[in-house]
Design a protein around this ligand. Structure first.
Ligand SMILES: *Cc1c(COP(=O)(O)O)cnc(C)c1O
Length: 447
């Protein structure tokens, strides 16, 4: 399997090069040259199937020529060593909890897979690899945890100073060792822009063996396909095989910022997974819903919202969405409906899902829930076939205790794990929003 650039002006490359480069020579993002199909048996399961088993079947469809089966099985088993349960709130409404990994956000799967893949790809080299990451909060923690103590890799995380939650900051700044956290005096878009510029700088890239761990990296994007397939594997346990053909069509509501998660869903669908429709659910940063409505893509500065991990004004994976639909907005509209929630609507959705189902959703998940509700309303009004919905739950509510308190007046239950890092000393390096300053920091740090 080879990987091609969304800009179409770079030569196709093997997985190894696509993963270690991060972005293509022409500045585009990598996509598989053709998307493999998956046998329906992978998700049409009649018994319990573990996440690692589903994930291995999907990984094999992509990477059979890049890794021996036993190596790939070990990488996947290690990366996917926690549950991603599908919680059924009512017969036609499910919440897919992607947040049971070490940092309590869905990015753990991609980050853990990628770290193990990098270690494997670099096992015969001495020169350390530098992984440069822009984060609005959750990516940084997931990448830090995923790569901590991975030999031969150092990680530099850029986050917008003062714009991440306390727990997110701790997850990035307490590990130390091969993890350097940088507090940028700017927005997430500034962080992302600096990373893109560094990756586009051939001299710097070669000198430091630089790559990225954002969802622009294909090695982080593909593992996100795993859990869509696993959602269906769990869904089909509930549906007896003779009823399967008559099951209601499935709509996935995806809380979106950089649209990596949604793009992974689009890839899962092209592999054959019967997802009927997607809801691209955003907060006030609504450039993609606006594109779907108007056909025009207009970049904006990011706005700060309660669902801060989705505060993105220039979503990087939009280039992949355009490439997958060959820039045809009409075709994209057939598969994806946009939705944008204000902070007020987000809090109201948190209250409704709690009142109706006793379910405590974090603000990101609540945005997707609100998007699904809106979709159902429109659907009912139009009298078309009913559907069942899967809300992708991207963060544990305990990551956003202030918002849960404000919406519901309760304290979210804290899982035992993240407490560990609360006592450790934090360390981060302040940085101005300036490319030359970033280059100095990278060079100084290189030993
Ligand atoms: C990163 C993140 C998102 C957005 O995911 P994208 O793939 O960037 O669209 C949504 N929710 C949470 C909690 C996140 O951490």
């Amino acid at each position: 399997m080879r990987y091609v650039s969304t800009n179409g002006r770079a030569r196709p490359v093997a997985f190894r090069e696509a993963a270690l480069r991060g972005t293509a020579e022409d500045g585009g993002l990598f996509l598989p040259e053709r998307i493999p199909t998956l046998a329906p048996e992978v998700w049409e399961q009649d018994g319990d199937v573990s996440f690692a088993e589903t994930a291995f079947a999907v990984a094999r469809a992509f990477f059979a020529n890049d890794f021996a089966d036993d190596e790939l099985r070990a990488i996947v088993a290690d990366a996917c060593s926690f549950d991603v349960p599908l919680v059924t709130l009512e017969p036609s409404l499910h919440v897919h909890e992607l947040f049971h990994g070490p940092t309590l956000a869905f990015k753990d799967v991609g980050a853990r897979f990628m770290a193990r893949v990098f270690a494997h790809l670099r096992r015969d080299t001495d020169a350390p690899l530098t992984v440069l990451v822009a984060t609005s909060g959750d990516t940084g923690g997931a990448v830090a945890a995923g790569f901590h103590n991975v030999a031969g890799v150092r990680v530099v995380l850029l986050y917008p100073a003062g714009r991440v939650s306390q727990m997110q900051e701790r997850q990035m700044t307490t590990l130390g060792g091969n993890i350097t956290a940088v507090a940028l005096n700017g927005s997430f878009d500034d962080c992302q822009w600096l990373v893109k510029r560094a990756l586009g700088d051939a001299g710097l890239r070669d000198r430091l063996a630089l790559t990225s761990a954002n969802s622009i990296n294909i090695a982080r994007l593909i593992p996100q396909v795993f859990y869509y397939v696993h959602a269906f594997a769990q869904l089909s346990i509930h549906i007896s095989s003779h009823a399967r053909g008559r099951a209601l069509p499935v709509v996935c509501a995806v809380p979106s910022g950089n649209f990596g998660n949604l793009t992974a869903g689009l890839i899962a669908r092209r592999m054959g997974l019967p997802i009927a429709h997607f809801i691209a659910a955003t907060n006030a940063n609504a450039v993609v819903p606006e594109y779907l409505a108007s056909g025009t893509f207009q970049l904006r500065d990011s706005l700060r919202t309660l669902s801060s991990a989705m505060d993105v004004g220039d979503p990087s994976n939009f280039a992949r969405m355009l490439a997958l639909y060959e820039h045809d907005v009409e075709r994209m509209r057939r598969d994806i409906t946009g939705y944008s929630a204000s902070d007020g609507e987000t809090l109201a959705a948190m209250r409704r899902i709690y009142a109706r189902h006793g379910y405590v959703a974090d603000p990101h998940t609540a945005v997707a829930y609100a998007g699904l509700e809106r979709y159902h309303e429109r659907h009912l009004a139009a009298r078309v076939t009913p559907c069942q919905g899967i809300v992708l739950a991207t963060a544990h509510p305990a990551k956003f205790p202030e918002t849960v308190r404000a919406a519901l007046g309760i304290e979210p239950e804290r899982p035992a794990r993240p407490r560990a890092c609360l006592d450790h000393p934090t360390r981060s390096v302040p940085l101005d929003n300036d490319f030359a300053a970033l280059c100095r920091l990278l060079d100084e740090n290189d030993h």
